[in-house]
Design a protein around this ligand. Structure first.
Ligand code: GTP
Length: 423
């Protein structure tokens, strides 16, 4: 039995997708445990591309069970659209299950997300405005509506009406927005309930049985350590726990059952949106990394901020997630630069520190301490073993392992799915 988790160790976009695909093939059950339709990745199968935001990547394998866990927040319109898209291309979604404890994104969550972001103006967090933060806020505030409520008509109507009393007050009086009509929401959502009810179940008991029956389970992480609500660069974070600990709260699985945790990183760092980024290269080096690694947002096309790999961050993520292996991408990309730098610590107020500060003001004042490495200007996409890599690449990777204290198990050496070294 293997219970595996794949998480991002930086600010997301590390290329988790290809490892999730790879490990999904070896799993019986694939589970999403956090986030909403602000995440997801593209999977490639039989030469076709599928963009998934809520549905776990195992969906293309009809003999596997795919679970959307209780830690995920679900916009039913988005989920149904994604299911329809798959069905139209001949992919069944009959092996999908949705936790009855997962929370629903309601139209007023989306409306509030937009109103709040606009209100913050220059201090906006840069949310995707898809209602994810307000939905998690309601979950914590105990006014959320869950999947089990959606399929219980009377309870759903009661909750929508009662929630709207306060939401509409806030929307109208605080933000000057337009009130929502309960009837319209109820009609729309009961339509979704009809289509989704056959998928809604107690997925936690199913996972418990799977553990008892020795099944292989994969928990596919979305987002990353530094976007975590507790351990990320708060407040420039997401509203959930995408770290490995989120597997337990987001699916109902006890921590002792997890045997492998893969931490995905890039051989450099990228970040989208605002917030301090100690190793950022807001210069020609950053531009070169962006062009060589094609660091542009998948949906927005927005250029990503780029900089050197920061092992203070990865070491911190290694402990938080209990990483058992690293999966490092873009080893081909970084090898093309004229020089390579690796951040091995920070200097703060003249002192060397090796922890990742909670305070963003402190983080912004941290000066990275670098070690320099020679590049390996050659095509390594065909290399199939660690030993087959150029000496300079091995030196760089060995030093990362040494600093982080976790073995590198998977190495991305090119842009295609087969360009991976399994060590
Ligand atoms: P996450 O946000 O982490 O889930 O990323 P994703 O699922 O969008 O990443 P995916 O694995 O699909 O990778 C995104 C793109 O990055 C791929 O289509 C590749 O073009 C590129 N890529 C990933 N790994 C490598 C690598 O090792 N080398 C190079 N050159 N490109 C890579």
């Amino acid at each position: 039995m293997a219970v595996r988790v794949v998480v991002g160790t930086q600010w997301g976009d590390e290329g988790k997708g290809k490892y999730i695909d790879m490990l999904a093939e070896q799993s019986d059950i694939i589970v999403r445990f956090s986030g909403g339709n602000n995440a997801g990745h593209t999977i490639v199968a039989n030469g076709e591309k599928y963009a998934l935001h809520l549905i776990p990547s195992g969906i293309l394998h009809t003999n596997k069970t795919c679970i959307i866990g209780n830690g995920v927040v679900i916009d039913p319109a988005v989920l149904l659209k994604e299911m329809k898209g798959l069905n139209e291309r001949g992919v069944t979604t009959d092996h999908l299950l949705i936790s009855d404890r997962a929370h629903l994104i309601m139209p007023y969550h989306i409306g509030l997300d937009e109103l709040q972001e606009n209100f913050r103006g220059n201090n906006s967090i840069g949310t995707t405005k898809r209602g994810i933060g307000p939905c998690y806020a309601d979950k914590i505030e105990r006014s959320g509506i869950r999947m089990c409520d959606l399929i219980d008509k009377d309870e759903f109507i009661k909750k929508v009406k009662s929630n709207l009393e306060l939401k509409n007050l806030i929307i109208e009086r605080v933000y000057g927005g337009k009130a929502y009509q309960a009837e319209a929401i109820i009609e729309e959502y009961l339509g979704y309930a009809e289509k989704l009810k056959k998928y809604v179940t107690d997925t936690t008991s199913l996972l418990a049985d799977a553990i008892d029956n020795g099944k292989n389970i994969l928990f596919e992480g979305a987002q990353a350590n530094f976007l975590d609500i507790d351990f990320g660069t708060y407040p420039y974070v997401t509203s959930s726990n995408p770290i490995a600990g989120g597997v337990c709260t987001g699916s109902g699985l006890g921590p002792i059952y997890i045997n492998e945790v893969y931490g995905v990183l890039k051989a450099y760092t990228s970040r989208v949106g605002a917030g301090p980024f100690p190793t950022e290269q807001n210069n020609e080096i950053g531009d070169t990394i962006r062009e060589l690694g094609w660091e542009y947002g998948t949906t927005t096309g927005r250029p990503r901020r780029c900089g050197w790999l920061d092992t203070v961050m990865i070491k911190y993520a290694a402990k938080i997630n209990g990483l058992t292996a690293l999966a490092i991408n873009h080893v081909d990309t970084i090898g093309k630069l004229k020089e390579i730098k690796l951040c091995v610590g920070y200097k703060y107020k003249g002192q060397v520190i090796r922890y990742f500060p909670a305070s963003l003001n402190e983080l912004a004042k941290c000066e990275p301490i670098y070690e320099e490495f020679e590049p390996w200007n050659e095509d390594i996409s065909g290399v199939k073993s660690f030993d087959g890599l150029p000496a300079n690449a091995k030196k760089y990777l060995n030093r990362i392992e040494e600093l982080v204290g976790v073995k590198i198990g998977l190495i991305g050496v090119g842009k295609d799915r087969e360009h991976v070294i399994v060590r």
